[in-house]
Design a protein around this ligand. Structure first.
Ligand code: ARJ
Length: 417
């Protein structure tokens, strides 16, 4: 078997991490148990490009248990957990991922997973699908469908579909309610703060935190930062999102104003050039800047590099840029997603639902992919409710049920005052 990871001696630590994640992902483990007998993915070859973390390893092992042949790469040069990659390789998974890959190595790794000649693809950020479209379109005919994990990737796919260029059906796993309303909010909120803390160990209480973007990810970060006693400023471009931020109790202003006020900056917009040279120029001494969006383009790092008279890695994942006037600005994880590059990504409990959606979307594409058109699909309401129901049950919570009389009331229009 072909694979490439940083260091196979880390496999044992990786195995322990995966075991830990398995103990906290009951929905996915239930799916594994259920489908390891019937092997509904037998005959499927899945190429995946998604952060190599302990949670992803639980997904990969579940796909394999259900009969699939799998090849894997990361979806970000700085997010691979080398111990987990080693553990997967030791378990016989062709994995091509290590922390700190160059851009060329990153695409090389994706190409190795395509050597499998996939029947299904699994993406986070759309790089793998886009690679098929741009360099190996001849593979598309053999692909039943693909899935996409994140908002940024779904945007790219919708643009591709709108241009009439999407070569096979894709399910936007991100758009499942049990994904974006939990992973993006609670996952990003906790893991982004975790990344900042591991990289800096600063006190949040009393700090001014500027959160760029008040979508699900940004609102999660703002809420958790406020919970730590920080004063939160939000920057937005969309009136309704800005209004929500205001009514959630935060100040809203343009980045041009916020730049001189913030102690810590977190970008969560999915847009490029959110913090650029003129912002770095007006920041306070000691300001900490990071990104939690999928790509590193939200911060214009070359601007900061051009301004700095010296740069030093002062702690792991924390670089000190000294400006000519003596001010110091700290950049975390090179502007890559701080939660995955400086911490371990979202906690297993929340990835449980995201990856249960991934797994069920794979089953769906196996069954129905050949009848779908080349469009972006969302997961069904039934799948969402089923996953939420099982998750609740594993958390020990139970629901009320409507009586037949209540159902009749719900479905009628006669009864009023
Ligand atoms: C794997 C993770 C983890 C984790 O679902 C999240 C998403 O949409 C991302 C955008 O790239 C990151 C992804 N994510 C967050 N935490 N993927 N393992 N622990």
């Amino acid at each position: 078997m072909d694979f490439k990871v940083a260091d196979m001696s880390l496999a044992e630590v990786g195995h322990k991490k995966i075991r830990w994640a398995e103990s906290r992902m009951p929905v996915l483990m239930r799916l594994r148990e259920l489908h390891s007998r019937t092997k509904p993915l037998a005959g499927m070859r899945i190429s995946g490009s998604l952060h190599v973390t302990k949670e992803t390893a639980v997904l990969v092992k579940t796909l394999v248990a259900a009969g699939a042949e799998v090849a894997w790469s990361g979806c970000n040069p700085l997010s691979t957990q080398d111990d987990v990659a080693a553990a997967l390789a030791a378990d016989g998974i062709p994995v091509f991922a290590w922390h700190g890959m160059s851009k060329d190595e990153f695409y090389w790794a994706i190409d190795r997973t395509l050597d499998l000649k996939p029947t299904l693809t699994l993406d986070d950020g759309c790089d793998l699908i886009f690679r098929v479209h741009s360099t190996a379109p001849e593979l598309a005919g053999g692909i039943l469908g693909g899935t996409e994990e994140t908002t940024t990737g779904v945007h790219r796919l919708r643009a591709l579909a709108k241009a009439g260029k999407l070569l096979y059906p894709v399910i936007a796993v991100n758009d499942a309610e049990t994904k974006w309303d939990f992973d993006n909010v609670y996952g990003t909120g906790q893991s982004s703060l975790d990344g900042i803390l591991r990289a800096t160990s600063v006190l949040f209480a009393g700090k001014t935190i500027v959160v760029a973007g008040y979508g699900r990810c940004g609102s999660g970060c703002a809420r958790r930062a406020q919970g730590q006693g920080a004063n939160v400023i939000v920057t937005e471009i969309k009136p309704t999102a800005a209004l929500k931020a205001m009514l959630d109790g935060y100040r809203v202003m343009p980045m041009d104003e916020a730049a001189s006020l913030g102690d810590i900056f977190i970008t969560a917009t999915g847009m490029k050039d959110v913090i650029v040279g003129r912002h770095f120029e007006s920041m306070k001494d000691g300001a900490i800047v990071c990104n939690t969006g999928h790509y590193d383009c939200e911060l214009r790092i070359p601007d900061l590099e051009a301004q700095a008279s010296s740069v030093m890695e002062i702690r792991p994942n924390c670089e000190e840029f000294v400006l000519p006037d003596g001010r110091r600005i700290y950049l975390l994880a090179r502007g890559r997603l701080v939660n995955l590059a400086a911490a371990e990504g979202h906690p297993s409990e929340v990835m449980d639902m995201s990856f249960a959606n991934q797994f069920m979307a794979m089953l769906y594409l196996r069954e129905h992919g050949s009848t779908l058109s080349h469009e972006v699909y969302t997961v069904s309401e039934e799948q969402d409710q089923e996953i939420a129901g099982v998750k609740l049950e594993t958390m020990g919570a139970h629901l009320d049920q409507l009586t037949p009389d209540q159902i009749a009331y719900r479905d009628s229009y006669e009864e009023g005052t």
